[in-house]
Design a protein around this ligand. Structure first.
Ligand code: DX5
Ligand code: ZN
Length: 227
C-alpha cells in the first residue's frame, strides 16, 4: 500500500485555514486530518463539526478525504453530527469507548469509514476483537492533546507488531495511520515499520519552509526509509 501523508490542521494558521489546506492538497496530499478535542478526554479544546462542514466544499472541489480524529469523551453522541457535517473517516479512542463495537457499527452505518485509535500506553491487545470491524487503526506516537511534541520511539515496534498482526489475520486492507511527532527525522522509520498513513501537523504547517516544501521533505524521508 502506498504511504500517504495526512496533514493535521491543528498546527495550521486558522486565520487562513482554507488557503493552507488548499496549498497542502495542491502539493499532492489526499487526506486532511482534523483533530477534535473536548478539553476532557485531552487537556485541550479545538474544533467541532462546524470546521468539517466549512472544509467540505473544498474537499469535494479538490477531492481529498476529511479524516476526523475524535479525542473526546462519549464520541457516540457526536457520530451523527460529524457524519452530517461531511466527515469521510471517523476515528475513536478505544480508551473512550466502553461499547466500542457498537460505536464502530454506528460510524459505519452512517456511511463513514471507521477508525480506532490507542494512546501510547494502551496495548494493541485492546484491539483484538475489533480489528476485523475497522477500516483503519491510528497509532498515537505522542500523548494526545497537542501538536509539536516529540515522537515516542517505542511506537515503531508497536507499529511493526500491528502490521504483523494484521497480516496474520488476513486484514492487510486495514490502514495503519500514525499520529504525532512525524517529521523528516522520523517518517522513514515509521513508514518502514508498516505505517500506510503518516499524520503530520507541525512538520507541515510551520514557518520554516513552505507547506509544499515541508511535504516534499516528508515524502523524501519516506522514500529513503522504505528504499
Ligand atoms: C495530537 C494530534 C495529532 C497532532 C500531530 O493529539 O492527534 O494529530 O496534531 O501534530 P504533530 O505532527 O505536530 O505532532
Ligand atoms: Zn490526530
Amino acid at each position: 500500500m502506498k504511504v500517504r501523508i495526512a496533514p493535521s490542521i491543528l498546527s495550521a494558521n486558522f486565520a487562513r485555514l482554507g488557503e493552507e489546506v488548499r496549498e497542502a492538497v495542491a502539493a499532492g496530499v489526499e487526506i486532511i486530518h482534523i483533530d477534535v478535542m473536548d478539553g476532557h478526554f485531552v487537556p485541550n479544546i479545538t474544533v467541532g463539526p462546524l470546521v468539517v462542514e466549512a472544509l467540505k466544499p473544498l474537499a469535494r472541489e479538490m477531492g481529498f478525504v476529511l479524516d476526523v480524529h475524535l479525542m473526546i469523551e462519549h464520541p457516540e453522541r457526536y457520530i451523527e453530527s460529524f457524519a452530517q457535517a461531511g466527515a469521510d473517516w471517523l476515528t475513536v479512542h478505544v480508551e473512550a469507548c466502553p461499547h466500542l463495537h457498537r460505536v464502530i457499527q454506528q460510524i459505519r452505518s452512517s456511511g463513514v469509514k471507521a477508525g480506532v485509535t490507542l494512546n501510547p500506553a494502551t496495548p494493541l491487545s485492546m484491539l483484538d476483537e475489533i480489528l476485523s470491524e475497522v477500516d483503519l487503526v491510528l497509532v498515537m506516537s505522542v500523548n494526545p492533546g497537542f501538536g509539536g511534541q516529540s515522537y515516542i520511539p517505542s511506537s515503531t515496534a508497536k507499529i511493526a507488531r500491528l502490521k504483523r498482526t494484521l497480516e496474520e489475520r488476513a486484514l492487510s486492507h486495514v490502514e495503519i495511520e500514525v499520529d504525532g511527532g512525524i517529521a523528516p527525522a522520523t517518517a522513514g522509520e515509521v513508514a518502514k515499520a508498516g505505517a500506510t498513513i503518516l499524520v503530520a501537523g507541525s512538520a507541515v504547517f510551520n514557518s520554516k519552509a513552505s507547506i509544499s516544501d515541508n511535504i516534499k521533505a516528508l515524502e523524501f524521508a519516506i522514500l529513503q526509509g522504505t528504499a
